[in-house]
Design a protein around this ligand. Structure first.
Ligand code: ATP
Length: 453
C-alpha cells in the first residue's frame, strides 16, 4: 500500500468553482423567492401567471393503514415505465411489477402511439399475472405537470424530462389512456386516480409513517408536494368534501423560468438549457436532477481541460461529447474513500483519458462535489421553505429518485443544510421511499374506492 496523501483541489480550480458554492445570503434569497412563487401558485388571482404552479391534487386523505384490496398501478414519468399489481391488506402488502422501456421514438412521437404503447404493456402484464378478466381499480402515476379537475381528470400543461409527444398538451391524460384501452378492447380497467410521483411517494411513506407530509423526487427530474391547509388553496373547489387539507403538487422544477434564479445560474446551466429539448423551461430542475447533473460536471471538466487546468490540457473526444458523462459517475467518483481514486481512474479511462495524474483525480472529484452539493443545497432550500411555510413541529419528508438513493452524500448534505435553514422550533427527518411510488398509487386508488363506496 502506498502512502495515502490527502491532496486538495488546485487553487485555480477552487477559485473557478466558487460560483457553484452558494453563500447563506444566496440560500436565503432563493428561499424567499420560492415562497413568493408558491404563494402565487396557490392564489386564485395569481395562479394563471405563476411559474411554480402549486397544482391541487384532489388527494385529501392520507392512508390510515386499513386500506385493502387488489389494485393496478402505472408509473410513467421519467427513465422507466412500470406496471404494478398490488395487494393491500392490514399493514401488509404484496407487489409484483414489470419495467418496460419507452423507446425514444415513442417519447417524441404522437400521443396516440404513447398511450397505445402503455396499454399494450399493461395488457401483456395483466396476461402474465392472469388478471385479464378482472376489472381492477388503477392508480395512474403520471409525473408531468397536470392541472387536475378532479381525482380522475388531469390536463397536461407541458411535457418535461425528455418527453415531447404531440397531441397531449391541453388534453386529459386519463381520457387518452381510457381511449387506448377501448381501442384494444381486450382489457378492462377502472382508473380511480391520476397522480404525480411526488404524491405517490408521500402516500407510500405516510402509510408507514404518519408524520410524512412532504414528498420529494430527485430522480430524472426534481419536484415536491406537500400537505397544505385547504383554506390556503384558493383554487380548490371541492370545499364541501374536504378533510381540511389538500396535497399540493408544487411542480417546483419550473422555478426560475422567469429569471428568478439567474443570480445563481452559471454558464454551465445556460449551456445545459440551450441544448435541452425544452430551452428556457424547468431551470431549477436542470440545476438539480439526474437528467442534467452528469452533463453539468462534464461541461465544467471540458472547460477546465481546455484552459489547461486538467489532464495537462489534453482531453478526449468522449469527454468533449454531450451526454457522455453519466450522473451515476458522480455517485461513483464520490464513493471513492478519501485519498483513493479507483472509481475516478476507471471512469476517466472509460472516457479514454489514461494520462490523468493524482492531482487530476482530486480536481475531478472536487468538481463532482461542487455540482452535487449545489444540487443538494438547492433541494434543501426548497424543503426548508416548505417546512417553514407549513410550520408544523415535526414533519417527515418521503423521498424517492436515484440521485437521492444512490449518491453517497446527498442525504447528509441535505440534513445539514435543512437544519441550518429551518426555523428553530421545527424538527424533520428524511425518509427514503423503499417501494417507489407504485404502492402510493395503489393507496390513492384504495382511498378513492373507499370514498366512492
Ligand atoms: N447511481 C446513480 N447516482 C445518481 N444518479 C443516478 C444513478 N443512477 C442513475 N441515476 C440518474 O437518475 C435518473 C433516473 O432516476 P430514477 O431512477 O429515479 O428515475 P425516474 O423515477 O424515472 O425519474 P422521476 O422520478 O424523476 O420521474 C437518471 O437521470 C440517471 O442519470
Amino acid at each position: 500500500m502506498g502512502l495515502k496523501r490527502n491532496l486538495q483541489a488546485q487553487s485555480a480550480i477552487r477559485e473557478q468553482c466558487r460560483e457553484l458554492v452558494y453563500t447563506d445570503a444566496q440560500c436565503k434569497e432563493i428561499m424567499q423567492k420560492l415562497l413568493n412563487n408558491l404563494n402565487r401558485g396557490l392564489g386564485s388571482q395569481t395562479h394563471s401567471s405563476a411559474i411554480v404552479k402549486c397544482f391541487v391534487t384532489y388527494v385529501q386523505d392520507l392512508p390510515n393503514g386499513t386500506e385493502k384490496g387488489k389494485f393496478l398501478a402505472l408509473d410513467l414519468g421519467g427513465t422507466n415505465f412500470r406496471v404494478l399489481l398490488i395487494e393491500l391488506s392490514e399493514s401488509h402488502f404484496e407487489m409484483r411489477s414489470k419495467i418496460f422501456a419507452i423507446p425514444q421514438h415513442i417519447m417524441l412521437g404522437s400521443g396516440e402511439q404513447l398511450f397505445d404503447h402503455i396499454a399494450d404493456c399493461m395488457a401483456k402484464f395483466m396476461k402474465e399475472e392472469k388478471v385479464m378478466d378482472e376489472t381492477l381499480p388503477l392508480g395512474f402515476t403520471f409525473s408531468f405537470p397536470l392541472t387536475q379537475l378532479g381525482l380522475t381528470k388531469g390536463r397536461l400543461e407541458r411535457w418535461t424530462k425528455g418527453f415531447n409527444c404531440s397531441g397531449v398538451v391541453g388534453n386529459d391524460v386519463v381520457k387518452l389512456l381510457e381511449d387506448a384501452i377501448i381501442r384494444r378492447g381486450d382489457i378492462k380497467i377502472d382508473i380511480t386516480a391520476v397522480l404525480n410521483d411526488t404524491t405517490g411517494t408521500l402516500m407510500s411513506c405516510a402509510w408507514k409513517n404518519h408524520n410524512c407530509k412532504i414528498g420529494l423526487i430527485v430522480g430524472t427530474g426534481s419536484n415536491a408536494c406537500y400537505v397544505e391547509k385547504q383554506e390556503n388553496c384558493e383554487l380548490f373547489d371541492d370545499v364541501n368534501n374536504g378533510s381540511g387539507e389538500v396535497l399540493v403538487n408544487t411542480e417546483w422544477g419550473a422555478f426560475g423560468d422567469d429569471g428568478a434564479l439567474d443570480f445563481v445560474r452559471s454558464e454551465y446551466d445556460r449551456i445545459v438549457d440551450k441544448y435541452s429539448i425544452n430551452p428556457g423551461k424547468q431551470l431549477h430542475e436542470k440545476m438539480i436532477s439526474g437528467m442534467y447533473m452528469g452533463e453539468l460536471v462534464r461541461l465544467v471538466l471540458e472547460r477546465f481541460t481546455k484552459e489547461g487546468l486538467l489532464f495537462g490540457g489534453k482531453g478526449s473526444e468522449l469527454l468533449f461529447t454531450r451526454g457522455r458523462f453519466y450522473t451515476k459517475y458522480v455517485s461513483e467518483i464520490e464513493s471513492d474513500p478519501p485519498g483513493t481514486y479507483a472509481n475516478c481512474k476507471e471512469i476517466l479511462e472509460e472516457l479514454h483519458i489514461k494520462h490523468a495524474t493524482e492531482q487530476d483525480f482530486v480536481n475531478v472529484r472536487y468538481v463532482c462535489e461542487c455540482i452535487s452539493k449545489r444540487a443538494a443545497h438547492l433541494v434543501s432550500c426548497g424543503i426548508a421553505t416548505l417546512l417553514n411555510k407549513m410550520n408544523e413541529p415535526h414533519v417527515t419528508v418521503g423521498i424517492d429518485g436515484s440521485v437521492y438513493r444512490y449518491h453517497p452524500h446527498f442525504h447528509n448534505l441535505m440534513m445539514e443544510k435543512i437544519s441550518e435553514l429551518v426555523k428553530p422550533n421545527i424538527t424533520f427527518d428524511l425518509m427514503l421511499s423503499e417501494d417507489g411510488s407504485g404502492r402510493g398509487a395503489a393507496l390513492v386508488a384504495a382511498v378513492a374506492c373507499r370514498k366512492r363506496r
